[in-house]
Design a protein around this ligand. Structure first.
Ligand SMILES: NC(=O)c1ccc[n+]([C@@H]2O[C@H](COP(=O)([O-])OP(=O)(O)OC[C@H]3O[C@@H](n4cnc5c(N)ncnc54)[C@H](OP(=O)(O)O)[C@@H]3O)[C@@H](O)[C@H]2O)c1
Length: 214
């Protein structure tokens, strides 16, 4: 697949690198440092390059949205027309200091995104995993039992694309249902973050969710 990475920070840089190493054509975009994007693309290998969000999204089969919630409108304005595109979002609707959700209970970041982009095909995925474990999971992807990773969305074919990317990253894709399930999944990420970063488990706690898929 041709993949546009919108936001090349902790999540975008790692997932983009993993997707490029899995053989997808990846364009890293949306950093304050063009040099960083070039560096990332070089390190990710021959399937990766740096570009602008518009350039990245134009020919993309799928777009990974990996920016802070406060940057969503800006990156979407730069990305241009996303009609018909699969948008896999790991973006969570967090406040400025990343302590609380600013959308919850009766809606979710994923559903708000679908309202912003009514002609795109939104799938929520990767938001429930700390970025620190991503390379490790990818390195162990041939193991028989893989950690489960949930995804949700309203469109069957878009979800199939997301499931392929999840499997390529080394996880077992677990279909959690329609996009509105994001209302429950996004608060769940706060629990994961609490346990991963403030508890004793550390980020590798993500592995403990492997039985989600059994
Ligand atoms: N980190 C995690 O473990 C994790 C896990 C699950 C979900 N998430 C969610 O995934 C999304 C991305 O998280 P992240 O940790 O990858 O974020 P991040 O490291 O801060 O990356 C955000 C990207 O947006 C870019 N950006 C461009 N213009 C910007 C501006 N004016 N101000 C700030 N950033 C700008 C950053 O540029 P630079 O390259 O210049 O910094 C960076 O490439 C968030 O919604 C987060 O809640 C994160």
């Amino acid at each position: 697949m041709r993949l546009a990475i919108l936001g090349s920070g902790l999540m975008g840089s790692k997932l983009g690198t993993i997707f490029a190493r899995a053989g997808h054509d990846v364009v890293f975009s949306y950093s304050r440092s063009p040099k960083k994007l070039e560096r990332l693309a070089r390190a990710a290998g021959r399937h990766a390059r740096a570009g602008t969000p518009g350039d990245a999204a134009h020919d993309a089969d799928a777009v990974l949205l990996a920016v802070h919630w406060s940057r969503v409108d800006d990156v979407l304005a730069h990305a241009g027309d996303l009609t018909g595109k699969v948008v896999v979002s790991c973006t969570l609707p967090m406040n400025g200091d990343d302590r609380d959700l600013v959308v919850a209970h009766t809606s979710s970041g994923a559903e708000e995104l679908a309202r912003k982009l009514p002609d795109a095909r939104i799938v929520g995925a990767f938001g429930t995993v700390p970025s620190e474990v991503l390379f490790d999971v990818f390195a162990r992807r041939r193991r028989r039992v893989r950690p489960g990773l949930i995804y949700y969305g309203d469109e069957r074919r878009a979800k199939k694309t997301a499931a392929t990317l999840i499997a390529d990253a080394g996880f077992d894709p677990v279909d959690a249902g329609p996009l509105r399930i994001a209302r429950y999944a996004e608060p769940f990420t706060l629990l994961v973050a609490q346990l991963a970063y403030e508890g004793k488990g550390g980020p590798e706690l993500a592995y403990r969710f492997e039985h989600l898929s059994s």
